[in-house]
Ligand binder design. Sequence first.
Ligand code: ZN
Length: 116
Amino acid sequence: MHELAVTNRILRTVLSHARRNRAHRVHRVLLVVSEIADLQPLWLQHYFDKLAAGTRAEGARLEVERVAPEFVCEDCRGRFAMLMSEVDRIACPACGSRRCGMVGTADYTVEEIEVS
Ligand SMILES: [Zn+2]
């Protein structure tokens, strides 16, 4: 139940933001999640609803935006994003090198919080 721990951290971030801004309610939370992160949006919302009950974030809607992981070229140090479905054909867009490594972590960020 990886999502439960993650949701807990998200909720704490959201609530401290709401407190700092003296917000009464949190309406929407935009999460940017790496494509390689093993997080299911449905489970995130499910746990969020449970954990946020009775807090300012009760009933808030989670929006999850999936982003392609980032890679770095070992020859020219250029950085670029690439979908996991294309990763077997990986080549640096700047120099064409195939010696590329992933730099993005399988993680998420709380990008936006809509409060009132
Ligand atoms: Zn390169």
